[in-house]
Ligand binder design. Structure first.
Ligand SMILES: CC(C)(COP(=O)(O)OP(=O)(O)OC[C@H]1O[C@@H](n2cnc3c(N)ncnc32)[C@H](O)[C@@H]1OP(=O)(O)O)[C@@H](O)C(=O)NCCC(=O)NCCS
Length: 232
């Protein structure tokens, strides 16, 4: 599999699998990954993380041209995973929400992805005022109560995807940049401290009940979406 420069591939992984599939994906994990999986308190969370990491290995192995278990990962300063072997230059990122993981692979440039199951009970007003840029919070809170929830999750996932593309994690203040929010506007980074906003692309990947966004650096990419089919 090749992800050409100018392309971005998004893989959808269903984490709730039959036991045989969980076992096949578990067999691809490194001893450190198995230890990490073992630290989850519930079997459901342990198996979901195992499936997500095993699927990530299977997906990246098709680009790297090796066995899934042979890949070697490292973590950047703020925890963003990257490959060190057999190649280092496959930009990727992933996000989990409930029983779903999305993996993005870019042909070129930094990439970040975020998915969040839409939760109606979330404190939209409080979180918007605390975390988002003032203009984003005002925009969300000016909407009708019905529209606010969707706008909040749109904003959240676009912002998280940008932070994840940068790799800075929680060290990047969420009010140091602004994204577009409203459904009748193109998805985009409006401004960001210390960044040329025009070099970043924001793509909306939302589906019913799940808000999701992808941010990728460089010229506008061509998006391909694929479903991960686990080994039998
Ligand atoms: C870790 C963080 C990068 C994303 O966390 P998250 O949204 O809770 O989780 P996601 O499922 O989307 O992403 C987790 C994956 O991102 C990757 N990741 C970890 N650190 C990363 C970083 N610094 N940059 C990019 N990706 C990172 C990992 O692959 C991780 O999966 P893994 O643990 O299975 O390897 C961080 O930005 C965070 O904790 N954000 C939450 C901030 C928040 O609460 N905001 C409230 C807004 S209202």
């Amino acid at each position: 599999m090749k992800c050409a420069s100018g392309e971005v591939h998004v893989w959808r992984i269903d984490l709730d699998c039959v036991a045989r599939t969980v076992a096949a994906l578990k067999a691809t994990l490194s001893p450190e990954e198995e230890q990490r999986a073992a630290r989850f308190r519930s079997i459901e969370l342990r198996e979901r993380w195992t499936v997500a990491r095993g699927a990530l290995r299977c997906i990246l192995a098709t680009y790297a041209g090796c066995e899934p278990g042979a890949l070697v990962f490292r973590e950047e300063t703020h925890g963003k995973p990257a490959l060190t072997w057999p190649v280092e230059d496959i930009p990727f990122n992933l996000s989990h929400t409930d029983g779903l993981t999305l993996v993005a692979v870019a042909g070129h440039g930094r990439v970040g992805i975020d998915a969040e199951r839409v939760r109606p009970e979330i404190e939209v007003e409080d979180l918007s005022r605390r975390f988002f840029a003032p203009a984003e919070a005002s925009e969300i809170l000016a909407l009708s109560p019905d529209a606010r929830l969707a706008a909040f999750f749109t904003c959240w996932t676009r912002k998280e995807a940008f932070v994840k593309a940068l790799g800075g994690g929680l060290s990047v203040p969420l009010n140091s940049f602004r994204v577009s929010i409203q459904s009748d506007q193109p998805a985009r980074l409006i401004w960001a401290e210390g960044e040329a906003s025009g070099r970043w692309n924001v793509l909306d990947l939302s589906e019913p009940g799940v808000a999701a966004a992808l941010v990728v650096e460089g010229p506008t990419p061509e998006l391909r979406r694929m479903n991960f089919v686990p080994p039998s």
